[in-house]
Design a protein around this ligand. Structure first.
Ligand code: PMV
Length: 324
């Protein structure tokens, strides 16, 4: 009853921010993302009848503050498998954790896949994505590779459905991440989302406009129209940060270097370099570009004062079992 799975982070181009059902972690908006191949979470799950409780380590350290979410995810898999057995879970990230690099997405995707495999549970992909979604909204997207959409399905068997809309090799874009501060983020996404919903006067407009953004991005991906995807992705990112900033107290995830990077990317694109940015609940700037522009983009980002390192990646596959 032991298995190991790997998963990669995904970056949303059309963002998820806000929950329609906090208890069941149902997102208020759909989202569209790309799954990376460069950064990796490796998670091993070992179910053992001798254990009295679940044990969880991240990068070799016990993380009690995360244990409840891990056990919650395991409970869903245990419930479907019909067994009552505790597990020892060890997870390793080869990149900074909780710094807006989508470590919860890759973490819970790898956990769901490893736990299902270890228990031999008969769980279909749609349901497994829904289990990962309950642990972390963005985790469902890391179950799939390439371009991925999470759709809302109100009244459906599951409240969301996640699917690949284009494979990683069908439009092999590259990604550079300008790390401007590797420390953990100041406000976690759940707390930040709740504050935004409760206090931002712009939150209803954010939710209302998301379906149109998704449709535009979906069409741009289908046409492999880089410029159209760049425009709608930057718009969704800036709109999300605007609604975050308009909460009380306002959520400002950026630092000065974040803003420098954003201007750098805009200037590059204005000069004909196919690149655009996205930023999540942290100060790192993720830049998506055509393969030919990659060297130029990474060199420009690395030259910005305050950029500590530039992580690079292509687009990759979804979460998968590596040992069972
Ligand atoms: O899945 P969570 O709770 O880590 O929230 C993800 C929120 C953003 O990264 C800011 C946006 C997104 O769609 O990934």
């Amino acid at each position: 009853m032991k298995a190991t799975a790997i998963a990669h982070p995904n970056f949303a181009l059309i963002k998820y921010w806000g929950k329609s059902d906090v208890e069941h972690n149902v997102p208020a908006v759909g989202s569209l993302s790309i799954t990376l191949d460069g950064l990796t979470t490796t998670t091993s799950v070992h179910f053992d009848f001798d254990l009295e409780s679940d044990h969880f380590t991240l990068d070799g350290l016990e993380r009690p503050e995360m244990a409840e979410r891990v056990s919650g995810c395991l409970d869903l898999v245990r419930g479907r498998a019909g067994v009552d057995v505790r597990a020892r879970v060890g997870s390793e990230n080869d990149f900074p954790t909780a710094a807006g690099l989508a470590s919860s997405a890759s973490g819970f995707a790898a956990l769901a896949v490893a736990a299902k495999e270890a228990l031999g549970a008969e769980i279909g992909t749609t349901e497994l994505a829904d289990i990962a979604r309950q642990a972390s909204g963005s985790a469902a997207r890391s179950l799939f590779g390439g371009f991925v959409e999470l759709r809302l399905r109100p009244g459906g068997r599951f409240p969301t459905e996640t699917l690949q809309i284009l494979g990683p090799a069908e439009w092999p874009l590259r990604v550079a991440v300008a790390v401007t501060d590797p420390g953990p983020k100041t406000t976690g996404s759940t707390e930040g989302m709740l504050r935004t919903e409760q206090t931002s006067p712009f939150y209803p407009a954010w939710v209302e406009s998301s379906e149109a953004d998704l449709a535009e991005a979906r069409e741009a991906v289908a046409r492999r129209d880089f410029e159209a995807l760049a425009e709608i992705s930057e718009s969704s990112c800036l709109k999300m940060h605007a609604v975050m900033m308009s909460a009380r107290p306002g959520l400002v995830y950026w630092n000065g270097t974040t803003v420098e990077c954003l201007h750098c990317v805009r200037k590059l694109r204005a000069g004909g370099v196919p690149a655009f940015f996205t930023i999540d609940a942290g100060p790192q700037v993720k830049v998506i570009c055509e393969p030919d522009a990659f060297d130029r983009v990474t060199a420009e980002l690395a030259s910005i004062e305050g950029v500590q390192r530039v992580l690079t990646s292509g687009l990759g596959d979804g979460a998968r079992v590596v040992e069972s």
